[in-house]
Design a protein around this ligand. Structure first.
Ligand SMILES: [Zn+2]
Length: 245
């Protein structure tokens, strides 16, 4: 069994969501965790978790959307398939000019995660130092989504109780991640597609779907020199542990 721990299976990207989920099932991807990034997508993620038995969700306000209206009361009405607050964090690549607002929104959601006792899914781009500094003031645990940093950064996050979300980026030709992954225990990573983005090789150029977890698993089996089944088993266990599924 495989799990896509982070994707955006939303109407704005897919005309036929049941078909995307059926494709996932055919590829042995039995659970997907649908991730919101603003208020409207949070409402939609909540809806998909009630419509589809194998869909879980995370809701929250992404740093790029930090200036949008967001009704924080939504966090008072979660169902038990909302497994984390996310994706939240800092993005200084696209949003450097709204750094202060990003930090306010990030901290506010870390406070909420703390009070709800939920893990967090972190988006951090070109903002490693600030992300680590802010997270170190909280007791929250969770996932560093789409991790692509150095081995040192990986070890730091792991020591803080975070898992690393690995996606199709690892299959890209110039990605340095494949050099450091053998030094990171499988118990510290989980798999994600970030669909519709980051389509793995050899499907680059097409819209990504949760079914493509299998290309990532195959690639990791090669890097770690273990069976595909072992990667699937360990990483699925990790997802269930961190998100309490
Ligand atoms: Zn994402």
């Amino acid at each position: 069994m495989l799990i896509d721990s982070h994707c955006h299976v939303l109407k704005e990207y897919y005309n036929d969501i049941p078909e995307v989920l059926a494709n996932a099932k055919k590829a042995n991807v039995n659970i997907i965790i649908n991730s919101a990034y603003n208020y409207l997508s949070s409402l939609e993620v909540l809806k998909t978790t009630t419509e589809f038995s194998n869909v879980y969700g995370t809701i929250g306000l992404h740093p790029e959307n930090c200036l949008e209206n967001f009704d924080y009361n939504i966090f008072n009405n979660l169902n038990n398939k909302i497994v984390a607050i996310g994706e939240i964090g800092l993005d200084y690549h696209y949003g450097k000019e709204k750094k202060e607002e990003q930090i306010i929104v990030f901290k506010k959601q870390l406070d909420i995660a703390t009070s709800l006792n939920l893990p967090v899914v972190i988006h951090s781009r070109d903002a490693t130092m600030d992300t680590i500094e802010i997270l170190s003031n909280y007791k929250v645990k969770g996932v560093i989504h789409s991790f692509s940093g150095s081995l040192e950064t990986a070890k730091k996050y792991i020591s803080m109780g975070f898992l690393l979300g690995i996606n199709g980026v690892v299959t890209f030709k110039n990605c340095k991640l494949k050099e450091i992954l053998p030094f990171i225990p499988l118990e510290s990573i989980i798999l994600e597609t970030d669909s519709p983005y980051l389509t793995p090789t050899p499907y680059r150029g097409q819209k990504n779907e949760p079914c493509h977890i299998k290309e990532i698993v195959t690639f990791l089996a090669h890097i770690y020199n273990v069976d595909v089944a072992q990667i699937a088993e360990i990483t699925s266990k990790n997802v269930k542990r961190v998100f309490d599924i």
